[in-house]
Write a protein that binds this ligand. Sequence first.
Ligand SMILES: *[C@@H]1O[C@H](CO)[C@@H](O)[C@H](O)[C@H]1NC(C)=O
Length: 533
Amino acid sequence: MVSFPEVWPLSPIATWLAIIAITYVLMYQYSARKLDAKEPVVVSSAVPFIGHLLGMALHGGKYTKNLGIRNRNLPVFTLPVPGSRIYVVTEPSLAAAVQRASKALSFTPIIPEVTERVLGLDKATMEITRKNLDPGPGDERGFLADIQDMVYAYFGPGNYLNEISLNAARELKSEVVAIAVSQEARCNPDLPIDLLAWVRHLVTISTAKYFYGPQNPISLDPKLEECFWDFDHGLGKLLMNLCPSVTASKAYKGRELLVKALEKYLENGHHKTGSKIVQKRVEVALQHGWTLRATARSELSFLFAGIVNATTSTFWILLQIFADPRLRSTVREEIIQIITPDEKDPHCENYQLSITNLKDRCPVLVAVYRECLRLGSDTYSMRMVRENTILADRYFLKKGAVVQIAGGVIHADRSIWGENVEEFDPSRFLEHKQQSGNTKPNQIHPAAFRAFGGGKTLCPGRHFAMNEILSLVSLVVLMFDIEAPGGGKINVPRKNDGVLPVHILEPISPVEVLISRRRDKYAEICSNVQFSM
Ligand SMILES: *[C@@H]1O[C@H](CO)[C@@H](O)[C@H](O)[C@H]1NC(C)=O
């Protein structure tokens, strides 16, 4: 029994409350201390130690983003978490410094941890994956180093990039034309359609075809398309890895069905009729001793990379273009003026659309593309701190901690993008006429545009993605009209930022639209257009 002296002024309950309050203050102060005088400012949570992790689990990506926006004056700050730290970088030049310090701040140690959980890779495969992660010159090269080099080389500017971009554009065109025709045959053309679902289907089946060939698992079994999106939508839960077959059952089931189908695809040698890059990826995995089952899991990650961002970006781009009739006319005009008759065709019945011209001579289309990526990508570029480091001669970073460059905060920074940072305004990416009459692009720090990451994690598929998305958007803009079901302006919902941002964010609510085939000359031309580079 605890007994209290008579002079003690507080009741037992008040005493216990006081003890709890003091303990809390001490714990709070302890959790808020810096490990080093140069450590970035510590932003502590109301619940000491675990508060930030709770916040991230409950609110997804917007938790850290909101902390960053509230602490706008701090270019980097520290989030204390049990046993470690997260350093959140919110300023472009500091982001560039993180990217340059690629030896001490490395992404590679994170890859095995993430892929093991998300793809469900087995122990033996993980052992192979963890070998020689970051080889120096002359060292033996591990699987990840080999496969990354290969993917960067194939998707870098050159013949293969042109070849696969044209294949993608051709495949997308045949799907778009098929949809146009089927829409004509449908009894009720006034039925509203979920725009995101429409784009999803189009991109999913086309991507599966141009990467994996005619015998790809989704062509053979269309049910797998739904499995794919179940997998995508449960990625955050798979990553948490708390008995995923129960806590992420839909995603887990979808993934395993896809993996089984991909394994069969590989067993049957169907990848030999797929793209060169897929054939090469399979070859590299087998060389490093991966089993077919594990290789199937790795291919699921490639299919994922090919589909998800292309889908969601295309959705936002189409939505923004069709929600603004003036923008829609401008973009249509831009595309029409680069469609040219095929010179080799004496009767002028064939037309060409050059993907290079889409990028070089359609400035508004390109600006819409960039602005949709800016608004839609809230993702974090992550790095592991491999040794105690002083970043940019100023900030101490503790070994074992994680650095996150907060794309969502940088993309929402008024001082970079202007007062209307929250609005969709493609003109911020257009060259502005200066008073002097010279044209000069807006001065934006190169590391401020985070949609493709940066440094060692700069997306290898960025050129391909742009080629593909611009091709698809131009086909849809010329061949279809997209309208609000009740007439008037199409409503553009805000993005759902309450999830773990693994790709361009989806809208918070579905967008129902009427999609109808256009009847003018250019819509007709478009169904026969030949893409060129
Ligand atoms: C998709 O885009 C986001 C945001 O730009 C990026 O962080 C992510 O790495 C991309 N994912 C893939 C698989 O390319």
